[in-house]
Design a protein around this ligand. Sequence first.
Ligand SMILES: Nc1ncnc2c1ncn2[C@@H]1O[C@H](COP(=O)(O)OP(=O)(O)OP(=O)(O)O)[C@@H](O)[C@H]1O
Length: 400
Amino acid sequence: MNEVLITVENLSKKFCKDLKTSLWYGVKDLASGLSGNRNDRELRPKEFWAVKDISFELRRGECLGLIGHNGAGKSTLLKILNGLINPDAGKVTIKGRVGALIELGAGFNPILSGRENIYNNGAILGFTRKEINEKIEEIIDFAEIREFIDMPVQNYSSGMKVRLGFAVAAQMQPDVLIIDEVLAVGDLGFVLKCFKQIDTILPKTAIVFVSHNMPMVSRICTSIILMENGIAKFQGGNVAKGIDLYYTRFINNESNVVFDDGSISLEEVQLLDSVTNATIDKLDWGADLKLYFKFKLKKHFECVPHFSISIFDKEQRPVALLEANTNKCDLNLNGERLEFHVTHHKVQLSKGIYNVNISVNNKLGTDPLLRMNSILSFQLIHKEETWPPFLLEASFDNLN
Ligand SMILES: Nc1ncnc2c1ncn2[C@@H]1O[C@H](COP(=O)(O)OP(=O)(O)OP(=O)(O)O)[C@@H](O)[C@H]1O
């Protein structure tokens, strides 16, 4: 087993919600610190825990993902790890060299050029001038900003600052690499390059990675902490489970009309058990997806309109389109009402929460009549925690 590079024990950090009180507490803390009476584990009026009792160990070769809503405490935790702020309670032990990419442009002197900043940062990381001379060309090449390397960093675009920051942090062979959300600022080409670099250095490094981008987290993290109001709501090696829990916070059950020409309206939609026809909101993987629709027709229709039903996953990525073939489906044109079932047999979407949108067009599919988002959400159940959108059944033919 690899050596432990980061040990965090019951780490806590509190902040105060208003500046005046915070300054007053600062003065009081100074006095009580001197007299040894400070109680760092108690909250005073207007204080809150930004990070509360977080503990973990990270070994070389492991990548910890920190996820959670805005203001959950992720950046505060990273700043404590990087020594930028002191915790109120708990302990951090880090072995080896730390490379960090925390805030955009943080760690750079804006009036110095990119090249001068590389020397500065290298020196802070403990490299000699000779060692930096050996690495500087690699760093400039990696960042792909050779043309601008002698320009003051204050004139760099956001993407250029991230490129330089990541290149310095990752090319200096750190033992511990701390990366905040900033990576998202880079363009797709650079982000992909960063991931390749992370894959290369991961066996020799312990990485802590903060992101709101779940595909990225699932791609590189070996363990995860889901933070909620400073505490670890979920922690462990089951990254897919942590991501799933994160998404449940953002389930949106409110339908909204995107377009309506006034000729048709949706009165009812239900997910049905395909055998008993009972209304359900959870579906087992491999079962039939059977939807019941009831529309109100507000004008005379010559023929049945065209329905297309799209299914979105928790990232709001479209994962499937159900083309309800109105010739084949069980339609009942009954005066003012239009009722029908749409069934897809043997759903092989992977576990998770899904949302359904509907679009109703005229028979030819050319003119829109009604478009609604989130008309229904359902949960797909499977024992496997999988990240890809589909969990497909496959046969195995032994050719031995
Ligand atoms: N210096 C500070 N003084 C007072 N409150 C602070 C300070 N820094 C952070 N906070 C508060 O601490 C909480 C946690 O902030 P933090 O930046 O760690 O959240 P985060 O999880 O990184 O959020 P995001 O996803 O938006 O980056 C927030 O309520 C924030 O307002």
